[in-house]
Design a binder for this molecule. Structure first.
Ligand SMILES: [Zn+2]
Length: 256
C-alpha cells in the first residue's frame, strides 16, 4: 500500500478516474488538500464519496490568501473553523513569499497561518505545510506547533536543503518527497537525509513536475525511486511510509 500524502484531487479533471488509476498502481490512499474557500467543500465531498481512499485536508493556502480581499479570507476562515472537525488534516497551509513580497502581505499570511494552526491545535488535527521561498520560517512554525501540541506537522515538497532536513529530523517533523526525486540529483540527496521514521510520499498533483502531467498514481514512481536510492525493496519502503503516515495522523511522536 502506498499513500499520496499531498494531492489537489479536486483540481483533477476526473478525481474518481485518478483514484482508480492510483489504486491500480498500489496507491490506495490519497490526502486531498484544499487551497481556497471553494475547494474546502469539494474536498469534503470527495472524502464522503470515497471513504477510506480519500483523506480530507482543509485549509487556506497562502498563495490564495494573498490574492483575496480580507473579507473573502475571513469567510474562508469561518468555513474552516466550522468544518475542520470533519477533516483529518489541516492543509494546505503555510507561507509563500512568491505571492507575499511586501512586509504587509507577509504579516497577513503569518496571521492567517497562526490562526489556522490554533484551530488545528484545538481540533487535534496534524498540519500539512507549504513553504515557498521561506522554508526556514515555515519549518520553525512547524517545530513550534509540534512542540506545543501532541500533534504532528508535515512539510510538503521540502527537499531543498539537507541542513534544514537535519533540523526536521531532530524535531520529529515529517517531510514528504514528490516526483522531483525521480530525475533531480539534488532532491535525491536531500531525500536520503530524511530520517526513515519521518519520510512520506506525495505528488502535489495536478502541478506538473518534470514537464509531465501529474496524478496521484505517480506516487508509485516516487516510492520506486526512493526504494532504489535506499537500496531497499519497494514493499519495505511502502510499509515504512504507510506506518509513518498512520503515526503522523494519530499524533504519536517519534523520539529519534
Ligand atoms: Zn500543494
Amino acid at each position: 500500500m502506498l499513500i499520496d500524502t499531498h494531492c489537489h484531487l479536486d483540481q483533477l479533471p476526473n478525481p474518481a478516474a485518478a483514484l482508480a488509476e492510483a489504486a491500480a498502481q498500489g496507491v490506495t490512499q490519497v490526502v486531498a488538500v484544499s487551497e481556497s474557500a471553494a475547494s474546502m467543500p469539494a474536498v469534503l465531498a470527495l472524502a464522503e464519496a470515497h471513504p477510506g481512499a480519500v483523506v480530507a485536508g482543509l485549509g487556506l493556502h497562502p498563495a490564495w490568501i494573498s490574492q483575496q480581499t480580507p473579507e473573502e479570507v475571513e469567510a474562508g476562515f469561518q468555513f474552516l473553523a466550522a468544518h475542520l472537525a470533519s477533516a483529518q488534516i489541516l492543509g494546505e497551509v503555510g507561507l509563500d513569499h512568491k505571492w507575499a513580497t511586501t512586509p504587509q502581505q507577509q504579516t497577513f499570511q503569518e496571521e492567517i497561518l497562526a490562526r489556522q494552526l490554533a484551530l488545528a491545535a484545538a481540533a487535534g488535527k496534524p498540519a500539512n505545510l507549504h513553504s515557498r521561498r521561506c522554508p526556514r520560517q515555515v519549518m520553525e512554525r512547524a517545530i513550534t506547533f509540534a512542540r506545543q501540541t501532541s500533534l504532528n506537522a508535515q512539510l510538503h515538497w521540502f527537499t531543498h536543503s539537507r541542513k534544514l532536513i537535519h533540523q526536521c529530523n531532530d524535531a520529529g517533523i515529517y517531510v514528504s518527497v514528490g516526483p522531483m526525486v525521480v530525475d533531480n540529483p539534488q532532491t535525491q540527496q536531500v531525500a536520503l537525509a530524511i530520517a526513515d521514521e519521518l519520510l512520506l510520499i506525495e505528488t502535489d498533483a495536478p502541478v506538473p513536475i518534470g514537464g509531465q502531467p501529474n496524478q496521484p498514481a505517480r506516487a508509485r514512481i516516487v516510492a520506486e525511486k526512493l526504494a532504489t536510492l535506499k537500496q531497499r525493496p519497494l514493499e519495505e519502503l511502502a510499509a515504512l511510509t504507510t506506518a509513518n503516515f498512520q503515526r503522523y495522523l494519530s499524533g504519536g511522536r517519534m523520539t529519534l
